[in-house]
Ligand binder design. Structure first.
Ligand code: EPU
Length: 420
């Protein structure tokens, strides 16, 4: 087990290159399974989720290898074993994104329910219903979905009751090779979903966004290999923007598109954090003080749930009470307990609402990371704190942030990793 040792209080200054987006690349890798031609993905981040996806795809019989530093080549010529095991699903829920492409291309797949038999939190019912709408037969036994479509899938109308990002993407990945037209209502508009659409179109798929929340797909018989560059990670960029603001520094981020941050930019501006767009990213500066704000998480272009916890650290530095309303997940306020240990004043009203009082001086403490975004949050808090923090559960951060401590050290932070 590894830990971060962070001594706070140093302003972060300089520039940082934002890596390719985790929530795009995993779906782009899955898209490469739709063709027997080789695909080259560029700007692939070195994060553990990509390594897990690589192993899962290799076990299926696909060739996946890193070439030239930031590129990954995938050749999904044939599958030996249309099976995604429980081990993969336990490590990474997004392994479920292979359901659509494997089913539509090969006509069957056995795939683990992420979390095994634990249905309830973060279920995949909407993915499964979408495949059934497309004509698949799906049986659920012993924690596995046995999905079959021996005659191939056929186009259908899929209406999600609310926006699901991976649900939309799974339906899309299946529909591109289905016979006829598929219409997806209440489709996600996340930049990562649009990156996937861009790659699928380049592979030969016919996809139109006929309304902001509607996708229309005309199935084709086969898709071809492409070269595609993964978009920059907006969530990593949001994290560094907050790091500049809470440490009193100035950070320039390159390799990302600030419009991908949606409502986050308005919130940053509203709190009084000065920023400017650059040719290739964003420059963010600290101010002497910040205004409190109220945020409600929502699908893109609303305020991203993945930046809700990191923003709470900035809220601790604002002058007054800020309010959080988490609308996407039921357990995304657990990190507040760790922030409170560090001196934050946060009242959690119920599983969805919290009030953060500021400004407060944060203090170095021993804290534990419970998930990826909570990890970024505790690192931010430790950078803003007086004294030294010891942060356990670093492996959660490695899932989605490429070399976070090396990037922070280059900006002047005092952070290092130890084996514990
Ligand atoms: N939901 C269901 N049934 C389903 C699918 C989703 O009830 O079949 C519920 C979820 O439990 C949740 C809501 O619908 O309450 C929305 O979930 P969504 O399906 O949109 O989430 P996701 O696609 O599984 C992606 C990102 C998450 C991000 C969410 C929301 C990837 C790999 N993951 O998850 O990212 O929080 O969208 O924007 O794209 C992260 O990066 O830390 C992360 C968790």
């Amino acid at each position: 087990m590894q830990k971060f040792i962070v001594t706070g209080g140093t302003p972060l200054n300089g520039s940082v290159r934002i890596a390719g987006a985790k929530n795009a690349v995993l779906k782009l890798m899955a898209a490469a399974a739709l063709t027997d031609e080789p695909t080259l993905l560029r700007n692939v981040p070195r994060i553990s989720d990509v390594m897990i996806m690589r192993e899962v795809m290799r076990d299926i019989g696909f060739e996946v290898r890193r070439v030239n530093g930031d590129a990954v080549q995938i050749a999904a010529r044939d599958a030996e074993w249309l099976f995604v095991p429980l081990e993969a699903a336990m490590k990474m829920r997004s392994s479920f994104i292979l359901l659509g492409p494997l089913l539509t291309r090969f006509g069957h797949v056995i795939i683990s329910n992420p979390g095994g038999d634990r249905i309830g939190r973060r279920p995949v019912d909407l993915h499964v219903n979408a495949m059934e709408r497309l004509g698949a037969t799906i049986e659920y036994k012993n924690g596995y979905y046995f999905a079959r479509a021996p005659q191939g899938l056929r186009g259908a109308r899929i209406e999600f009751p609310y926006v699901t990002v991976m649900g939309t993407e799974n339906a899309l990945l299946a529909a591109v090779l289905a016979r006829g037209t598929t219409v997806i209502e209440n489709a996600a508009q996340e930049p990562e979903t649009d990156d996937l659409i861009g790659m699928l179109r380049a592979m030969g798929a016919h996809i139109e966004r006929t309304a902001p929340h509607r996708l229309e797909i005309e199935g084709v018989e086969r898709l071809g290999g492409v070269e595609h560059r993964v978009i920059g990670d907006r969530l990593e960029a949001g994290t560094f923007a907050i790091a500049a603001a809470v440490t009193g520094g100035e950070v320039e981020m390159s390799g990302m598109d600030p419009t991908h941050l949606g409502a986050f930019m308005e919130v940053l501006g509203g709190m009084g954090v000065p920023f400017e767009r650059t040719d290739d990213g964003l420059r963010v500066r600290a101010a002497d003080g910040y205004q409190p704000c109220d945020v409600e998480t929502a699908p893109y272009p609303g305020f991203a749930t993945d930046l809700q916890a990191p923003l709470a650290v900035l809220m601790t530095q604002a002058d007054g009470d800020s309010r959080i309303h988490e609308t996407i997940y039921e357990d995304r306020l657990d990190y507040t307990m760790e922030l409170v240990k560090m001196g934050a004043v946060i009242e959690v009203q119920d599983q969805k609402h919290a009030c953060v009082a500021g400004p407060t001086q944060l203090h170095g403490r021993e804290v534990t990371i419970a998930d990826l975004r909570a990890g970024a949050t505790l690192v931010l808090a430790a950078l803003a704190a007086e004294e030294t923090s010891v942060i356990s559960g670093v492996e959660h951060v490695d899932r989605g942030y490429e070399q976070i401590e090396a990037k922070l050290v280059a900006l002047g932070a005092q952070i290092h990793r130890i084996d514990a």
